[in-house]
Design a protein around this ligand. Structure first.
Ligand code: CA
Ligand code: CA
Length: 320
């Protein structure tokens, strides 16, 4: 059975030019499945190859493929760019010779060392994932994650384009792990339509995580900033209080009526677009909107220096 699979893979091997971080010199047809997961992958590959040979149509990848966890120290044979030839993927962690308590990630694709692309990962995880962000293109994406230096969960996305590994970018959060504020939320979700929904930290008034949309454009992961207003939650119990007069609007629109709230106004907040507008619900329940940029700088504060929310408010929830 396995021989059949492997000969199918071999037959469909294309003679591609040898480029760094890509095609190995000889296809390694002795790649041996070592775990159940690997066997499943090989079966999947067989079906894809069969499909390609017979109908020359790419089999749509399973939408939940990212639930499979790929382990460091094992070889996997997966066609990452849908050209009928599986790539040999090998990832392992090595003790950092300079800082023995830390590790360095090693990654080879078809026996070519691609580790440099993962150099920026702070203490990378032992597992990785393979996902299909956009089923309408020919690529699967490799995802390597880290909890970061101070729990700044991050995932780095790579794509093998048939010649080399391409760094698509690094996003917040890790597949299957919640946010630092909510461990039950699906913090990094692949939507299988070219987009991902990722809980992204904002500190406009408070530290919170809102589910933002990311897309891949020209081999780069980009955050969509389309003015969507998101609900958010923080574990704050008391109201926030202003320590200066603040200009606010009755709607998230500069052409709406503006009001000046006096110093000492107590309010709650639970909505923001994380780029311009955040709400303030004062004690009588009236909702106002204040203009704050994504760094927390007030856009309507009359001063000849930058004033941020933490300069004119107290009691907000702020994480490190
Ligand atoms: Ca391939
Ligand atoms: Ca794809």
């Amino acid at each position: 059975m396995k021989k059949k699979v492997l000969s199918l893979i071999f037959m469909s091997t294309l003679a591609l030019s040898l480029v760094a971080c890509g095609n190995k010199k000889e296809p390694d047809i002795t790649t041996k499945p070592e775990t159940k997961e690997v066997q499943e992958e090989v079966v999947e590959t067989k079906e894809e190859v069969k499909e390609e040979t017979k109908k020359e149509v790419k089999e749509e990848p399973a939408p939940d493929m990212e639930s499979t966890i790929y382990k460091a120290g094992e070889h996997y044979s997966i066609d990452l760019n849908n050209d009928g030839t599986p790539e040999d993927i090998f990832y392992e962690l090595e003790q950092d010779p300079s800082y023995p308590e830390f590790h360095i990630a090693n990654l080879t694709i078809n026996d070519v060392d691609c580790s440099d692309i993962l150099l920026n990962l702070w203490e990378p995880e032992e597992n990785y994932r393979i996902v299909d962000i956009d089923p309408s293109d020919n690529y699967y994406e490799l995802v390597f994650s880290t909890y970061g230096m101070s729990d700044d969960l991050e995932s780095t996305f790579l794509r093998y384009d048939g010649e080399s590994l391409v760094l698509l970018g690094t996003t917040p959060m890790i597949i299957g792990v919640g946010t630092p504020l909510d461990k039950y939320v699906d913090a990094l979700k692949i939507n299988h339509d070219g987009t991902m929904t990722i809980y992204t930290r904002t500190d406009v008034i408070e530290t919170t995580f809102i589910p933002r949309t990311y897309v891949i454009e020209d081999n780069e992961i980009k955050l969509v900033e389309d003015g969507t207003i998101y609900d958010f939650y923080t574990p704050r119990e008391d109201k926030i209080e202003t320590t200066a007069e603040l200009k606010v609007y009755t709607k998230p629109d500069t052409s709406s009526e503006s009001v000046v709230l006096p110093e000492g106004t107590k309010f709650d907040t639970n909505k923001t677009d994380a780029t311009t507008w955040t709400n303030m619900i004062v004690e009588d329940g009236t909702e106002y909107w204040i203009r704050i940029d994504k760094t927390g700088k007030l856009l309507d504060f009359d001063a000849d220096y930058d004033v941020s929310t933490w300069d004119v408010m107290t009691g907000q929830f702020l994480a490190d």
